[in-house]
Design a protein around this ligand. Structure first.
Ligand code: HEC
Ligand code: HEC
Length: 286
């Protein structure tokens, strides 16, 4: 043991009698080590590597994950160019009758929805929170119509926005501005609440008269709503602006004015039809 110790050179370092041998490194290890150095240098020449002030060295191969992604996107776009053109040209209500186009529409529509619509309507299209003015698109209750054609129009031009001449438009008066007395408001709220089984503080019977005189032109006599004017159904249990007595009274006083942006300048024809098809099948479209 002690003999062998003498054969090997030491580095001359010694701590508490412990000496450090100066064994040569194994050949295989050393060559592997050199190989990794060469490979490393080669890599930094070939691929983007060294950070500089403005970006990094690009590498002689010109590789970048960004160009890869762009190439992938182009590949998909090319693959789908045919079906996309078909979708753009197709009459909206016909889309579900063509399986290939319909599948593509829903797939692309799902992605469009996640990017452009979910911030207001919720990623699950449920309107995020009940009564916040952003409609739940999962139900079959449509303010402006639930046919594919109607949804395409809503999405393309938006609602009550000032950027698009063709935006859907209507305006409920603010009945709190001297049109109706506090009692009349309280009574009409009790009346429309009673239509979906709710009991509020006002006199619903007196409210019916107020309703027929002031509200039926838009919400219709049976309060089922008028999609031509975007006037909601007031006889069901779905409330865009909330279902409490206070919330409904607030709607009657101020006249709600929900605004949705126009998309014609930001989405192309196929994207609009795609996202409309997606929304249509979510909500048990008409
Ligand atoms: C800035 C918020 C916002 C964004 C973004 C938005 N919406 Fe809307 N959307 C609204 C509001 C508010 C309404 C309800 C307007 C009203 O009260 O009539 C609405 C209404 C709708 C309706 C009508 C529902 C019905 O019952 O008739 C559809 C369909 C719709 N949105 C689809 C979309 C799609 C698809 C997108 C994405 C391309 C989108 N929205 C993006 C705010 C938004
Ligand atoms: C000129 C047409 C018009 C008249 C008249 C009108 N409304 Fe409306 N009303 C609307 C429209 C349009 C909306 C939807 C506004 C929006 O989406 O932002 C609405 C929304 C409402 C809402 C909110 C519904 C919800 O789901 O949250 C209530 C409540 C309501 N109206 C009650 C009344 C009552 C009560 C009267 C009569 C005193 C009346 N409205 C008269 C057009 C009208």
């Amino acid at each position: 043991m002690s003999d062998k110790k003498q054969d090997v050179e030491t580095t001359g370092h010694e701590w508490d009698g412990i000496q450090e041998f100066n064994n040569p490194l194994p050949r295989w290890w050393l060559w592997t080590f050199y190989a990794t150095i060469i490979w490393g240098i080669g890599y930094t020449i070939a691929y983007p590597a060294w950070p500089l002030v403005e970006g990094a060295t690009r590498g002689v191969l010109g590789y970048s994950t960004r160009t890869e992604v762009v190439a992938e996107i182009d590949r998909f776009a090319e693959m789908n160019a045919g079906v996309k053109a078909e979708l753009a040209a197709m009459d909206a209500n016909e889309i579900p009758n063509n399986e290939a186009v319909y599948n593509y529409a829903i797939q692309s529509g799902r992605a469009t929805f996640a990017t452009f619509c979910s911030q207001c309507h919720g990623s699950g299209a449920d309107g995020i929170a009940a009564g916040n003015g952003y409609p739940n698109l999962l139900d079959d209750d449509w303010l402006w119509g639930g046919t594919l054609d109607a949804i395409v129009t809503t999405v393309a031009h938006g609602i009550r926005n000032e950027d698009d001449m063709d935006a859907r438009y209507s305006e409920m008066p603010a009945f709190g501005d001297d049109y109706l007395s506090d009692d009349e408001i309280s009574n009409v709220v009790a009346y429309i609440g009673s239509l979906s089984g709710m009991e509020f503080s006002g006199d619903a019977t007196a409210g019916e008269t107020v309703y027929l005189d002031n509200c039926s032109a838009c919400h219709l006599e049976d309060a089922s709503g008028d999609q031509m004017q975007g006037a909601p159904n007031l006889s069901d249990a779905i409330w865009l602006y909330g279902s409490s007595e206070e919330a409904i009274e607030h709607s009657v006083r101020v006249g709600p004015y929900g605004v949705m942006p126009s998309w014609t300048t930001r989405l192309d024809e196929a994207e609009i039809k795609g996202v409309a098809a997606y929304v249509h099948q979510l909500g048990g479209g008409e």
